[in-house]
Design a protein around this ligand. Sequence first.
Ligand SMILES: *[C@@H]1O[C@H](CO)[C@@H](O)[C@H](O)[C@H]1NC(C)=O
Length: 227
Amino acid sequence: MGVKTVMRTLCICLRIVGISVPNLKQRGESATLTCDYDLEGGKLYSVKWYRDNEEFYRFMPRLRPPQHAHKLDGVKVDLEKSTARRVHLRDLTLKSRGLYRCEVSEEAPSFHSAQAEAFIEVYYFPRETPRITGHDHAYKLNEPLDVNCSSAKSFPAPDLQWLIDGQKITDRSWLIVYGAMPAPQGLLVSTLGLRAPTNHRMKLKCVATIGTHRRERTATIGKLFYL
Ligand SMILES: *[C@@H]1O[C@H](CO)[C@@H](O)[C@H](O)[C@H]1NC(C)=O
């Protein structure tokens, strides 16, 4: 046992220098995933790529051709742009999201292997701006404003924010959080209600965001009907 421990300490092993995958991509985009390794003098036997433990690409220099791709839902490998150190994926869908792992193995006699993993999140945020409803009817005197803002069908659920005359509404008692409702194709619609006093002409703005991406819509409450 003592000898084994010493040998392990002295072993100059294969190691993964780094895995690089984009952590956030829009549906329809392509992505290049790289797995950088140092064989430390050993010979490459195989590089395999997995999404959520399912293999979708392997590179084995001894085989002709050396590359092989397996079809997975949401994972389309472009073989021409893929090598022993990188794999190129086309037409990402929401099903492409997951944990991506590369596994590198050396040939005999060492059979060393090493692996690294990283998560890819895929989002979908259409150009469509959020929708404001409930603002275009006659409000009576002292009747509170009662409006909703709903995002376009997106993924993940966009964050919503209300502004009145340029002021962010942070008073939680004015906001009604309806949360995210499911839509077809795994998409989500966020809705945020606003109940606020109506005592003057108001400019409403609703802002939807996913990460640094932003869509907004404005509406004006112009004429209040004092019935
Ligand atoms: C706001 O949306 C919620 C949930 O869909 C709905 O129940 C409510 O009636 C809506 N209110 C207005 C003013 O549109």
